[in-house]
Ligand binder design. Structure first.
Ligand SMILES: [Fe+2]
Ligand SMILES: [Fe+2]
Length: 290
């Protein structure tokens, strides 16, 4: 519980952060035909650029996040899975999105943007933001994976560019699998911990409220500063692009999928689940749009 950001390696720009992987994974970057991207379908879509660049920055910080999580979970199956599989897959998400962004918008200096983003973002990734118990943190992880699964599902539905559709689908399936793993670990841990539905719900709601948090705000700011140097992020131009990026995701989101994943850890009886699904769906939209 004692780690701080100063303990973490500051390596950033390498294209080889995923080389330590030890397992066979469902897809690889070599599966993605970046040279066949249909540029005319994406090149002029500035909002899409912001969404993809933002996702690539956040995913690329996953090695730092893994260190904090592993420290928190100690010597456990969760930690082994995080380092043996999860970290590799999250970094591959970052790396593959970076390559897509650089293929379509080569004028964008990804490495410099990541450096300045990381300098700020690393300050947010501390164990202090975690739940008070590992069991409840596993619940929170389910919410985070729900959010990322929803993001890539939205991108998959939004775009008609075949390579991006394929990439978003690959990442979305990884995120759903991550969710399932965290949920499985949560069930194991909670057999011992015995948290009731109320503390579980509070953990879910807390993390949901943070889904549209400083991660994406921070990423969008740094992207804007590098994309439009000298303009400033307290301008209408930044507010417009930032709102549009959020709206691109929200308009294409599938609330039913999100709500089902969100409610799963509560293990509600069927009739209760049916009753709360709709208000939960509205709450989810509110939190993400506000
Ligand atoms: Fe990811
Ligand atoms: Fe994930």
């Amino acid at each position: 519980m004692s780690s701080t950001v100063t303990d973490f390696p500051k390596a950033i720009s390498s294209t080889n952060k995923i080389s330590a992987a030890t397992k066979v994974h469902s897809w690889a970057m070599s599966d993605i035909a970046y040279d066949q991207i249909e540029l005319e379908k994406v090149k002029s879509d500035e909002v899409l650029f912001f969404v993809l660049a933002s996702a690539s920055l956040i995913e690329s910080g996953s090695d730092m996040y893994t260190s904090v999580l592993v420290d928190y979970f100690g010597d456990s199956d969760v930690a082994n899975w995080l380092t043996g599989q999860w970290e590799h897959e999250e970094l591959q998400h970052g790396e593959s999105l970076r390559k897509y962004v650089e293929s379509v918008w080569p004028e964008f200096d990804w490495a410099a943007t990541y450096q300045s983003f990381f300098d700020e973002y690393s300050g947010y990734c501390t164990v202090n933001q975690f739940e008070p118990t590992p069991t409840l943190e596993l619940v929170a992880r389910c919410v985070v994976e729900t959010g990322t699964a929803a993001l890539y599902r939205a991108l998959e539905d939004y775009t008609d560019e075949p390579i991006l559709k394929l990439l978003a689908g690959n990442i979305r399936r990884d995120e759903v699998r991550h969710y399932k793993n965290f949920n499985r670990f949560f069930n194991q841990y909670n057999r011992e911990a015995g948290h009731g539905r109320w503390p579980i719900f509070k953990a879910l709601a807390r993390r949901l409220a943070e889904l549209r948090n400083e991660d994406s705000d921070c990423a969008l700011r740094h992207i804007f500063e590098h994309r439009y140097p000298g303009v400033g992020t307290d301008t209408d131009q930044f507010k417009r692009i930032s709102r549009a990026a959020r709206s691109l995701v929200l308009k294409n989101i599938t609330p039913d999928m999100m709500v089902k994943m969100f409610l799963q850890p509560l293990q509600l009886p069927g009739y209760v689940r049916n009753t709360v699904e709709k208000p939960c769906s509205q709450m989810m939209r509110f939190f993400m749009a506000s």
